[in-house]
Design a binder for this molecule. Structure first.
Ligand code: PBG
Length: 311
């Protein structure tokens, strides 16, 4: 009877699994701040995706970084056609042809100052950043990405990316906008993994103030008006009210990001012997779904897909 009356489903098809791609080959190194997650070269990422696919995970979000010493003020490694992400997209396309490949579009892992855009006069220059993001998105689509996901939070980037994709012959590549992305301490482990903390200041001039839910709705509306096909709320756990509000305000597919700090907290409690990590993950992800997310980006994807398969 409980099955009959259950209101909220959590299924492997709702999960998007992030992968951290590094240049090279044969590399699979555990990320210290994200136990159970790995830095993967494109070939190893393809193997990881194939294993996840066999467990029922069919969607992947790819993050990259440049080779050692490859950062510059513009973040030009982001649109290198031989970059780690671009190579990984091609490798995954071959290894898991039926899977959905989403790429994160941002500059922070590629700029020598660690900001998500180019810096002028000590702050991020929003408009000068737009063409660079657009170029990055096109390079991902050229490599075979199914969906591009800008995470930079510059104003106007969805429109700039949409026009650039259309002009480059990718009218069918949708944009998943990190629309309501808050300036959060929960990105800490990710920034360690990506080596992308800002060298000065913080991201509060372009990411949202955690106190602002109405502004989040305004950001979602702007991104949709610019042509976003799907929108995201990030982080998830501290922002379930925002997720529910966005769900009520739009018909667009809604994605939540269960971010690195949320994952690391669960793993830390598990390591201390204080909780069953997988049970926490199932409950957290069900809560995120119940709040209104159609899909959830989560480092727990494989573990949860396996647990769901055992039920
Ligand atoms: C890049 C980006 C970040 C995350 C996703 N894309 C970090 C940031 O904005 O500093 C965070 C993901 C996570 O914490 O799991 N802009």
């Amino acid at each position: 009877m409980r099955d009959l009356v259950r209101e909220t489903d959590l299924l492997p098809r709702h999960l998007i699994y992030p992968l951290f791609i590094v240049p090279g080959s044969g590399l699979r190194r555990e990320i210290q701040a994200l136990p159970g997650q790995f830095h993967l070269s494109p070939d190893e990422a393809a193997a990881e995706a194939a294993a996840a696919r066999a467990e029922g995970v069919g969607s992947f979000l790819l993050f990259g970084r440049p080779p050692e010493g490859g950062k510059d003020p513009q973040g030009s490694g982001a649109w290198d056609e031989r970059g780690a992400v671009q190579q990984a997209v091609r490798a995954l396309r071959a290894a898991v042809p039926e899977s959905l490949l989403i790429t994160d579009v941002c500059l922070c892992a590629y700029t020598d100052h660690g900001h998500c855009g180019v810096v002028r006069g000590g702050d991020v220059d929003n408009d000068a950043t737009l063409p660079l993001l657009a170029r990055t998105a096109v390079s991902h689509a050229d490599a075979g990405a199914d969906v591009v996901a800008p995470s930079d939070m510059m104003d106007g980037r969805v429109g700039a990316i949409r026009s650039a994709l259309d002009a480059a012959g990718h009218p069918h590549v949708p944009v998943l906008a990190y629309a309501a992305k808050f300036a959060s301490g929960f990105y800490g482990p990710f920034r360690e993994a990506e080596d992308s903390p800002p060298a000065f200041g913080d991201r509060r001039s372009y990411q949202l103030d955690p106190g602002n839910a109405r502004q989040a709705l305004a950001e979602v509306a702007l991104d949709l008006a610019e042509g976003a096909d799907m929108v995201m709320v990030k982080p998830a756990l501290g922002y379930l009210d925002v997720l529910a509000a966005v769900r009520a305000a739009t018909t667009a597919p809604l994605v939540a990001y269960n971010v690195s700090g949320e994952y690391a907290m669960v793993r830390a409690a598990e390591r201390a012997g204080w909780a069953d990590g997988t049970a926490l993950a199932l409950e957290i992800l069900t809560g995120i779904r119940r709040a209104g997310a159609d899909a959830v980006i989560t480092y727990h994807a494989r573990e949860v897909a396996r647990a769901l398969g055992r039920r």
